[in-house]
Design a protein around this ligand. Sequence first.
Ligand code: SF4
Length: 271
Amino acid sequence: MTQAKSSAKSKSPRQTAKRKQAGKTTPSVDNPGKVLKRSRYSKAETFAIFQRFHADNPEPEGELDYVNAFTLLVAVVLSAQATDVGVNRATKNLFEIADTPEKMLALGEDRVREEIRTIGLYKNKAKNVVLLSEQLLREHGGEVPENREALEELPGVGRKTANVVLNIYFGHPTIAVDTHLFRLGNRIGIAPGKTPLDVEKAMEKAVPAEYSLHAHHWLILHGRYICKARKPECRRCVIYDLCKSREKEKFDAIPEIAVRTRALIEKDKIA
Ligand code: SF4
């Protein structure tokens, strides 16, 4: 009886709305929810989505500040569970005094910890930054290796971090699946998967070759600023008319940004 009551209660429209409001129906890395078996889009539809992202922002860029491969690697390690803005604030001074593994090692863990203490998990991150500097000097002559396996051997560096460095610094068409990409892959249904690795593999299959270098940036920016976790801003969405997400807001007309970008593509085809 009690069970029946509680199950009826959990299905009430008010609670569903509350859950939606709290973002509880949004797929997260920890809770992917119900996962589609395959992409909702044909090859041509996926191509059109990336064509739209490209027309809207032909040269997307990451938002972490760095001056070389080493500082990019450190910035990405520091960015786990922290915002890029917060990381940039902390690394401004750090990279002025230590922009190489030698200098970082000489600075030492205590000083690195002081410099990055405004970032979440700073104690562990400071330890990893010094350890990875030491390992880079010992095993790679102080250079950042252009190789996923070697990168993943470094303290604090996982597959996602390795993929970011390979993509941004070395120009490999890797897809680093963070919380935004994971959510988009499942919410839009372009690359569904239960785990970040599943989504990465599905993205690699789905993204057209000509767009693979920038796909990671377009999707991160789209997830961070438009298709947000709690509530997607569909009115500002460049792929609104192409999106098949069930969370898409319904409007009487296609948002202006999507119409304008579609026209831009059509104009280029004619020219
Ligand atoms: S239309 Fe809405 S749900 Fe679909 S991608 Fe755009 S912001 Fe996300």
